[in-house]
Design a protein. Sequence first.
Length: 505
Amino acid sequence: MEHWALLSVSDKTGLEQLAEWLLEQGIGLLASGGTYRYLREKGMAARPLEDLTGFSEMLGGRVKTLHPRIYGGLLSRETPEDQRDRHVMDAPLIDLVVVNLYPFAARLNTGAGEADLVEEIDIGGVSLIRAAAKNFERMTVLVDPGQYAAFMERPLAEHTRMDRLAWARIGFLHVAHYDALIAGAMSEWSGGPALTDPFVLAGAAWGELRYGENPHQPAAFYARPGGRGFAGAVLHQGKRLSYNNYADADTAWGLVKSFGDPAAVAVKHQNPCGVGLAEELADAYQKAHDADPVSIYGGIVALNQEVDAATATLLTATFLEVVVAPGYTAEALAVFSRKKNLRVLTMPKESGQPLDIRAVDGGFLAQVRDRQGVELEAFRHVGGPAADWSAWRRDADLAWRTVAAVKSNAIVVARNGATAGIGGGQTNRIDAAKQALERAGERTRGAVLASDAYFPFGDVMDEAQRWGIGLVLQPGGSVRDQESIDRANQYGIALYFSGERHFRH
């Protein structure tokens, strides 16, 4: 037989139908180990690779397809010189390669250890795919059973160069994704993510997004391996999350899981609009709701403890898009079921994204994610009376964690275990302060005010005094810090510098 297909697959889905189709086309079947045995069990004529190469698998299966006769058949072009070399080595003319790589991603998702994962690093399969894809002018490569139906729609002889190029492109993407998964796992083995050169990302399409931020923008969610974060979330009810839902839920979940006490975070347009802490989760949610009962409408709420029926009842009293939590009681899920359009999402405990990635024209930016929260004793007292942390700790910690999640310029006012006013996304700090203070209203008396960056002038302290703020937290670092310090001493407001800003653009 002059023309051959090389088959080496771990996933046998659709293989029998594909093999029968190839034989009908007059294409012979070359197959490795398990694939050969499967075809013979189905009564199909196939030639084992060992018959071609003259040796069996070795090194426990690490070497079985690496041989000049195979690659001579794969990489030979239609030139007289290449065909002469192929005939000299008695290499078959291979027109099609069908390969599944070792299931590295699947094993990674099961939590397999380093030693086991190393054995799931495919060598021969990757080489077969690369060789076939490189030689797309003459041959075709398939890497997934999902491709078989489209491939068999018309005879192999009628496939065009553009057909083969399309399959080759998918092959190289498949290999690139596979290698990026391995590189990412090795980064974790060696101590965590690193901003290296080159920098690669690995993501597999996960579900469908109807559109992006707006209906005219196509969008998709690509899941990183390991089943962490949203890639490992369970949607109990409601339609799939949208692009904006994911972005808002990420903000809400990232903030709420940083708290130790029962907490609830409401988010709208990637900005927290209400955060509450309490002894009971239902009370925490009520505080978050009451912090801004207008903005929470149509928003997303994240909670850091298992949601019970009492909390679920409160949540369903307001129109929400998504509820995110680490778990729900059966009674809570029954309450939610009365709101068919409400998405109810359980999140895994482990985070899935240690880096922030943002596209810019011509490339992308990458950074380690910002941390939320710091030991308040590490703040430096610079003006006004010293704070009694036994009285201020909860509100100070709440304000400081929250301001890091608000779009810059950001100011957060907190009192009695809840945000009272949030000002974010402003082009100057005094407007952010006025927005937060005006929203807080009478709740500013004796409250904490936190700023994501330093005060360039003393005017924010003037507003803080006018509204009765008791404690101000800010990074410090302005050439005019003394203005704020002087105002703190003048007004009797406790002023502390963190030495660390939290811009979120």
